[in-house]
Design a protein around this ligand. Structure first.
Ligand code: GDP
Ligand code: CA
Length: 311
């Protein structure tokens, strides 16, 4: 079993590469749920949905989130009823949220709900929410404290980030499928997702770090920061705002002690020695995934690198 940790769009790209190059039923993706929220009475899990749609070949290739070939009739009607529609939910996507909310209301766990979806979509990978307890990311900014989607989508992550709170994280426990996947892992890949608000919450679930230490498997990460910048989204500014260096080296410092190796882009090759000085192995390659071929190639290279780290 190969286990990947992922947030949304960036993580989903590498997860899809892994899914393509690995045999069926040998990939488990543990996904951030700290940016889940409630809207119109529905439970929305943006990162789980992004990973699920991407692996299922249903993702909108332009945005990276949402479903391909969407229509927006329900959203237009909700707007006529006076709802604010800054969080865009297409008609096909809406069905996911309706079913998830219905099943949760009937007493299913988020893990069970996700399993029903992946079965129905014919996915031959296991998707696991990082936990079943609700965790909510709150973002402190000079303009006030915002719920994550309000900060990210409504305000388009324009605010400086001064602090992050993961409300509910103390109650979050490892689920037995997450524990089992980590125990069976031959390698763990931390996808190029935001280290603070995508991977940070996963690692903060109680027992997660210990379970990662206990797997004898190599743990490698792919840097989401290339040339000092996030390829999309606010990860670079967020790192800087919270006192981290927005660079591959800064990412290495955050993950040091947890990972055996870091994959960085050629643009950051000069940071290799400094990262190795932290006790990490480094793979320098083209870490930017422009198309599906890039995703597969980076997945292959990352898996081969993990095998080297295991020695
Ligand atoms: P979100 O939940 O949709 O914001 O997504 P993630 O946290 O999973 O991903 C955001 C991160 O993905 C950003 O920091 C980007 O720099 C990173 N990212 C996006 N595309 C790529 C890529 O092709 N290569 C690498 N290395 N990072 C990427
Ligand atoms: Ca996210």
């Amino acid at each position: 079993m190969i286990v990947a940790l992922a947030g949304g769009v960036g993580g989903a790209k590498l997860a899809q590469g892994l899914y393509r190059v690995l045999p069926p039923d040998t990939l488990t993706v543990i996904v951030n749920t700290a940016d889940d929220f409630e809207l119109w009475g529905l439970h929305i899990s943006p990162d789980l949905d992004t990973v699920m749609y991407t692996l299922a070949g249903l993702a909108n290739p332009v945005t990276g989130w949402g479903v391909v070939d969407e229509s927006w009739q329900a959203l237009a009607m909700l707007r006529r009823y006076g709802y604010e529609t800054w969080f865009q939910i297409g008609d096909r996507d809406l069905a996911t949220h309706v079913a998830r909310s219905d099943w949760l209301r009937q007493g299913a766990s988020l893990t069970e709900v996700t399993q029903r979806f992946t079965r129905a979509l014919g996915l031959r990978a296991q998707l696991l929410p990082m936990c079943d307890a609700p965790v909510r990311t709150l973002v402190d900014t000079p303009a006030g404290r915002f719920e994550f989607q309000e900060y990210f989508v409504r305000r388009q992550h324009r605010d400086a980030v001064r602090g992050i709170e993961l409300r509910g994280i103390e109650q979050a426990q490892l689920t037995s499928p997450v524990r089992a996947a980590l125990a069976a892992a031959q390698a763990v890949v931390i996808c190029p997702s935001n280290p603070i608000v995508s991977i940070g919450p996963i690692l903060a679930v109680s027992g997660m770090r210990a379970a990662l230490h206990q797997t004898g498997a190599p743990v490698v990460a792919v840097s989401p920061i290339v040339g000092g910048k996030a390829l999309r989204g606010p990860a670079d500014r967020m790192l800087a705002g919270l006192g981290h260096e927005p660079s591959a080296l800064g990412v290495a410092r955050i993950y040091a002690g947890l990972i055996d190796g870091l994959v960085i882009d050629q643009a950051d090759a000069e940071q290799r020695a400094a990262i190795e000085a932290l006790g990490l192995r480094v793979l320098v390659t083209d870490a930017v995934m422009r198309d599906e071929e890039d995703r597969r190639r980076l997945a292959e290279e990352t898996l081969a690198f993990a095998r080297e780290c295991a020695r």
